[in-house]
Design a protein around this ligand. Structure first.
Ligand code: ADP
Length: 293
């Protein structure tokens, strides 16, 4: 049983509205959590639930949403509270009524994302770890981007793949790829505030047509990592990319680095969903290694 009374109390304790717990309704959720809408407009909340051991995941998600929301650049749901109730962990955030995909507003999304990427700090990483899908994502700060990407992104997923039984297929390729990172990352990015998991399912448009991004895996990194992911599964459109690059042009060599950045997500999919992603991961690694001879 979900303890909606306890969650409604937590909402008002956190400064939210008093909500009738009986208004909870299942919402079309994502892949990882159960999703509900609680309350009715204009005062409703989007609630995600998982097992009690996932509280840290929700706390990191709330911190990430707050970090993005505070920039005032692109709309994200404002988080309200996290906790456990009735043997479940939960995150509560503002509910945003969504309209359909707005091709005519994709350029706005591109411009706003570029503005978000202008938010910077001294090093790569973040103040806390979070998750990508349901996989742990380490964000230990590093001064050097290639070091960050090698240790905390590709290296981490390659180690996970080895533990998942793919080691014999990847060991040699993986080691060569990690050694080649300084050559493959042949530009000098500033640490940009990233969404971190920017596939098409995490972009929506509110009732006024303004873009909204959901479910981030926030850290500071090369902004090309976000842009690469928008191209991995599609759903953003040419106007989005044209507006983004007009606001902030990408450095030469992005096309090469794109594969390097998307390899992280394909390895994560391999680790989460299994061998269906093996061929794609190996093909990407081969193409990348071919570029460094
Ligand atoms: P999961 O963590 O389970 O993958 P998401 O956070 O990706 O779930 O949310 C799944 C879907 O629910 C999103 O793609 C979006 O359509 C919708 N959604 C997410 N957050 C909100 C919100 N605050 N208000 C309204 N709809 C939302």
């Amino acid at each position: 049983m979900i303890d909606w009374s306890a969650i409604a109390t937590a909402i008002s304790d956190a400064g939210g509205e008093r909500i009738d717990p009986g208004t909870a309704r299942a919402a079309g959720g994502g892949c990882i959590n159960e999703a509900y809408r609680l309350g009715s407009d204009p005062h409703s909340y989007f609630v995600k639930l998982n097992g009690p051991e996932q509280l840290a995941m929700f706390e990191a998600e709330a911190a990430g949403l707050a970090e993005l929301a505070d920039t005032g650049t692109i709309r994200v749901p404002r988080p309200l509270c996290t906790g456990t109730a009735g043997g479940r962990s939960y995150i509560v955030m503002e509910h945003i009524a969504l309209g359909g995909y707005r091709a005519d507003r994709a350029a706005e999304a591109g411009r706003q994302l570029a503005a978000m990427h202008r938010i910077s700090r001294a090093d790569f990483g973040w103040d806390r770890d979070n998750t990508i899908g349901s996989t742990h994502q380490p964000n230990n700060p590093e001064q050097d981007w290639a070091t960050f990407w090698g240790r905390h992104r590709l290296g981490f997923q390659l180690d996970l793949a080895a533990r998942n039984g793919y080691g014999h297929r990847f060991r040699d390729q993986g080691e060569r790829l990690l050694a080649a990172l300084p050559a493959l990352i042949d530009h000098d990015p500033v640490p940009s505030l990233l969404h971190g998991d920017l596939w098409g399912g995490n972009l929506g448009f509110d009732q006024d047509g303004h873009p909204v991004i959901f479910d981030p895996a926030v850290y500071y990194g090369d902004r090309e990592a976000d842009i690469a992911m928008t191209e991995l599964f599609g759903g953003f459109g040419g106007d989005f990319h044209a507006a983004y690059t007009e606001a902030w042009a990408l450095d030469p060599g992005y096309r090469t680095r794109k594969d390097l950045y998307n390899l992280y997500h394909i390895l994560n999919h391999l680790n989460l969903f299994g061998t269906g992603y093996l061929g794609q991961a190996q093909g990407m690694m081969q193409r990348l290694l071919a570029q460094v001879g």
